[in-house]
Ligand binder design. Structure first.
Ligand code: PDD
Length: 284
């Protein structure tokens, strides 16, 4: 049975509990991070913790644990659960108190939960065959840059994509693509440049996005940070997504329009290889 971490304790998963009054449960008043594990080591870990601090800061949430302790908890869970490949999920909420729209953060003790999921991340169907994308309107709130647990719309969006015979959805707001339901969206131009929209309140500042852009610049791939429309995406040479659990995921069609002949594109596959090689070197 899996061991999970809850507020200082390592427990069998069926004994791990949080209060029914937890504001994460009642109000979605919680933030999270997902860090991937390859070869038993954490990928891009410092960047994930930096974003967790930012999310807490933006919501005025107390941060009651040190970064050293967070690294130690991640490592201990990976060790206890024997995770070679998979993810560590971390959720922090404002804490538990009787239900009320107002709250006094200083009087609350944040809830901290971590668990692992072992699963293949490198040799996957998405990596081999690519993903079909459909578009949906982006109906999320105005602070998508904060990694909160308010994931109902993205969850329903992915369900809609599956119902429409696709693997995931890209969201569109004001005529341009914002991001995927749980990933950042990229296209590759016919000239070989990679394009992704600039950071704003409309998208999550993806860690994989930032790392991949850095590696791309280092290896001479042109990077254009600008908005793009669905029409431009459908006419692009290639498209892909980035996220901590997929890394670089090839997109083979958008709303039924095939890209790169319906196969993962060469630029995308090259970037995926670079990302994996470089990340493994830096894994903790
Ligand atoms: N999702 N955009 C959204 C809306 C996301 O939920 C995610 C991550 C990303 C990619 O961010 P990163 O590269 O830091 O993983 C972009 C995680 C993996 C999830 O919810 O499971």
């Amino acid at each position: 049975m899996r061991t999970v971490y809850v507020n200082g304790d390592y427990l069998p998963e069926n004994e791990a509990k949080v209060s029914v009054f937890d504001r994460g449960f009642l109000f979605g008043d919680g933030i999270y991070e997902v860090a991937s594990v390859l070869g038993g080591k954490l990928i891009d870990f410092p960047a994930h913790m930096a974003r967790l601090h930012r999310s807490a800061g933006e919501l005025g949430m107390r941060f009651a644990v040190s970064d050293d302790d967070l690294l130690a908890i991640h490592r201990e869970l990976v060790r206890r659960n024997g995770v070679e490949e998979g993810v560590v999920y971390l959720q922090m909420t404002r804490g538990a108190t009787d239900r009320d729209f107002t709250f006094d953060t200083e009087k609350l003790t944040p809830t901290l939960v971590l668990f692992t999921q072992s699963r293949p991340l490198i040799d996957t169907k998405v990596a081999r065959d690519g993903m079909k994308i459909v578009s949906i309107p982006d109906l999320r709130w105005g602070r998508c840059d904060i990694k909160t647990v308010q994931l109902l719309y993205p969850s329903l969006g992915k369900m809609e994509a599956k119902a429409r015979g696709a693997d995931d959805a890209w969201m569109v707001r004001d005529g341009v693509v914002t991001e995927g339901t749980s990933n950042n969206a990229f296209i590759v131009t016919k000239a070989g440049a990679i394009v992704t929209r600039p950071l704003s309140h409309s998208i999550l500042p993806g860690i994989t996005r930032a790392t991949l852009m850095q590696y791309s610049r280092e290896n001479g791939t042109a990077v254009e940070e600008r908005e793009f429309t669905l029409e431009e995406a459908k006419d692009a040479a290639e498209a892909f997504i980035t996220s901590a659990s997929v890394f670089v995921g090839p997109v083979i069609s958008i709303d039924g329009v095939e890209l790169s002949g319906g196969n993962p594109g060469p630029v995308t596959l090259g970037l995926r290889k670079t990302y994996l090689e470089e990340s493994l070197k830096r894994a903790l």
